[in-house]
Design a protein. Sequence first.
Length: 74
Amino acid sequence: MQNIDINQAKKRLSELVEKTISGDEIIITKAGQPIAKLIGIPKRDKKRQFGTAKGLIKISDDFDKPLEDFQGYM
């Protein structure tokens, strides 16, 4: 983990982003106090597959039936 002043971070943003891609974390400070953390987003190993949740979700036959609480609005 590397600490860097906000003014230096402004000048070196591209370099800092490249470091986060390789797994480093950057703490941005202002007047010596930490104010933000710059981290990379990990890549997904595999793509989502359509249909993997098939059979896990059940919808009742009357799911779109008007609710009794709202009968007066119809």
